[in-house]
Design a protein around this ligand. Structure first.
Ligand code: AP5
Length: 229
């Protein structure tokens, strides 16, 4: 989708919301439009698992259960990543922070690295929609493009429209694990909605809407100077 954005992002953006809310889909668009990194802690962890690193070996069983990976491991990974030069003009967090401890630590990390307060966009979607989105999701093995067999199928079944890569289903997108992920979200991540709202930092969008409407809502928030009205 071609969107006219004449300004630089120049800040940290946080996409907060339940699993399957569409954070990754929108983060890819924002990152492409502003030429900044899309920092998905889920993608980073999955990469560590597939490369069988020490972090990946610790994270794998936790992710397979649908639980959250321990804060200290995630925080180290994030701090190292945003210290890299490609993050200097801003970046989009997708799936981070996910606990109050991560949010508190992120404040210090952003301060240490001379970033101002983040823009936080909360993706509001009901659970029944989330189940359909996650069970229907397929991801390109090559470029990580995101499809949905119900709502956004590829032109050729099982193949990415962009590069022809194989489309795969995530190991944690099975109903049993999805239920655990939703429970972990309710327990550990949902409190962040109130945490950011109480500081006047939360922008809430209707993420149950169609793709174009959600994209318009996200870009409307980012078009405001420093994200505030
Ligand atoms: P992670 O990879 O972050 O998964 P998640 O938060 O559970 O989010 P998802 O990737 O499932 O959903 P999304 O919101 O990005 O939706 P998407 O755009 O793909 O985390 C995986 C695991 O890693 C965690 O369980 C945990 O173990 C670990 N982890 C990660 N970060 C961590 C952290 N910070 N701390 C501790 N542990 C961590 O869209 C979903 C589907 O819906 C797609 O098929 C898409 O095509 C479709 N769709 C999107 N938008 C729309 C729309 N508007 N209308 C209709 N369909 C849509």
């Amino acid at each position: 989708m071609a969107l006219e954005t004449k300004q630089a992002l120049a800040r940290a953006v946080i996409f907060l919301g339940p699993p399957g809310a569409g954070k990754g889909t929108q983060a890819r668009l924002v990152a492409g439009e502003f030429h900044v990194p899309h920092l998905s802690t889920g993608d980073m962890l999955r990469e560590s698992v597939s490369q069988d690193t020490a972090l990946g070996r610790l994270a794998k069983p936790v992710m397979e259960r649908g639980d959250l990976v321990p804060d200290d491991l995630v925080l180290r990974m994030v701090e190292d990543r945003i210290a890299r030069t490609d993050c200097a003009n801003g970046f989009v967090f997708d799936g981070f922070p996910r606990t109050l401890a991560q949010a508190g630590a992120l404040n210090h990390i952003l301060e240490r690295q001379d970033f101002g307060p983040p823009v936080v966009i909360f993706f509001r979607v009901a659970d029944d929609i989330l189940m359909r989105r996650m069970t229907g999701r397929r991801t390109c093995k090559v470029g990580a493009e995101i499809y949905n067999i119900y709502d956004f199928p590829p032109k050729v079944a099982g193949r990415c429209d962009v590069d022809g890569g194989e489309l795969i289903q995530r190991a944690d997108d099975r109903p049993k694990v999805i239920r655990e992920r939703l429970a972990a979200y309710d327990r550990q991540t949902k409190p962040l909605v109130e945490y950011y709202r109480s500081q006047g930092m939360l922008d809430e969008i209707d993420a149950a809407a169609g793709m174009a409407a959600v994209t318009a809502s996200v870009f409307a928030v980012l078009a405001r100077p420093m994200g505030r009205p």
